[in-house]
Design a protein around this ligand. Structure first.
Ligand code: DNO
Length: 390
């Protein structure tokens, strides 16, 4: 399960009671680009050990924007990144998640979308996102990404918002990333300007070069880097996004064939576009999957989507978990030490007592939402395992 560190409103002791054995965490207190010392890593590792679990996955070791752009201080940040990996390797932490999404990580417009049963989910509303980039961020060139009728609908929606509603929409979109909070619209504008000449092939090449640089360190320490998909899996804010589809998976695995170059298979993120065949995508990278986020989405006819219950929505979770177990069995037959692929429930709904508590600092990670996702997925896993093996 994911745990955000001492700042997480849910303590480690509760995470353990939820049935978690391996903790997914990060040193969010360290600014992007800076080196993670062995001491800081050990301190977190000991806290997790003391609570009766293991720190099994780093999510994330953030890639500084300068590295994605190969500009500015990227050399120094790359050296720091490699040192952080070495220090993680010395501590025996071998699975590291990162993403290569320019400027923003995952994006939703509504963090409290009420489902018919009264629980709350994360929601991506196309019209609201358009209103944000056209009339709040006022991104240059944004109009060319929309049809005139879409612009008109977004304008009508925007005009109906109060100032505080406009601010809330903006905060929902830009201010949710641990280690990267407190960013302003102007910060985002400045970052977007930095991407002016970064076309999709350039960003791909920069990812390839990043992997080329760090692969020797990963191989030395037996670390697997797992890239997280774009969420939603398509271009946003006019920026290239390069890990969204089956062909992106094929591309990534072919440009760097080391086992150190792996995938964080996030079914929920990939399911954010309906032309993604999740099972075919898993098959295309099964032997390179180093970590799994299991989640699903539901889509509306207008292109909006929201996060479904873990066993519902467009992802066939039964079929996916079955494939994961089959992959683990294949790895066992081939004597691969990484046969036990760590997985975690991704996001979860706000429900029950959590609805009455102050909102969690990290949307998607309420206590009961995390617990329910894990419980359902563990039950599914056990059922499939028993039916295959005995
Ligand atoms: C959201 C997460 C992402 C993920 C990063 C990995 O809940 O799935 O923020 O941690 O993209 O770098």
């Amino acid at each position: 399960m994911r745990w955000y560190g001492p700042e997480d409103q849910v303590p480690l002791s509760f995470i353990r009671q939820a049935g978690c054995t391996g903790v997914v965490t990060s040193l969010h207190q360290i600014p992007y680009g800076e080196k993670w010392s062995e001491e800081a890593i050990r301190e977190r590792q000991m806290a997790v050990d003391k609570a009766g679990m293991t720190w099994s996955v780093v999510e994330s070791l953030p890639v500084h924007e300068d590295i994605k752009l190969r500009r500015g201080n990227y050399r120094e940040y790359l050296d720091n990144y490699k040192d952080s990996l070495r220090n993680l390797g010395k501590c025996g932490i071998k699975v590291v998640t990162y993403n290569f999404m320019p400027v923003l990580d995952w994006v939703r417009t509504d963090l409290h979308y009420r489902l018919p049963d009264g629980s709350e989910a994360l929601y991506f509303n196309c019209k609201e996102f358009a209103a944000f980039e056209l009339f709040i961020l006022e991104r240059t060139g944004a109009e060319s990404d929309y049809k005139p009728e879409e612009i008109a609908r977004a304008k009508e929606f925007f005009d109906g918002l109060s100032l505080s509603q406009r601010n809330a929409l903006s905060e929902n979109i830009i201010n949710n990333f641990p280690g990267f909070k407190g960013v302003s619209l102007n910060d985002i504008r400045a970052m977007l300007a930095g991407y002016k000449d970064i076309t999709e092939p350039v960003l791909r090449e920069n990812l390839r070069l990043f992997l080329e640089e760090i692969t020797p360190v990963c191989e030395e320490y037996g670390i697997v880097m797992t890239i997280h998909p774009d969420d939603p899996p398509r271009s946003i804010l006019g920026l290239p996004r390069i890990f969204s589809t089956l062909s992106d998976i094929k591309w990534l695995l072919s440009v760097n064939t080391s086992r150190a170059n792996g995938v964080c298979f996030c079914s929920g993120s990939f399911s954010g576009r309906l032309d993604n065949d999740i099972l075919a995508m898993f098959d295309a990278c099964a032997d390179r999957v180093g970590f799994l986020h299991l989640r699903s989405t539901e889509h509306l006819a207008n292109g909006d989507f929201f996060e479904a219950n873990h066993l519902e929505g467009v992802v066939d979770m039964y079929a996916l978990v079955k494939r994961i177990i089959e992959e683990q069995l294949r790895r066992q037959v081939n004597n691969r030490s990484d046969w036990k692929i760590p997985f975690r429930p991704d996001h979860g709904h706000v429900m029950l007592d959590d609805l009455a508590k102050p909102p969690v600092a990290n949307p998607g990670y309420s206590a009961i939402g995390r617990l329910k996702g894990l419980a359902e997925l563990r039950g599914l896993e056990l059922g499939i395992m028993r039916s295959i093996r005995m």
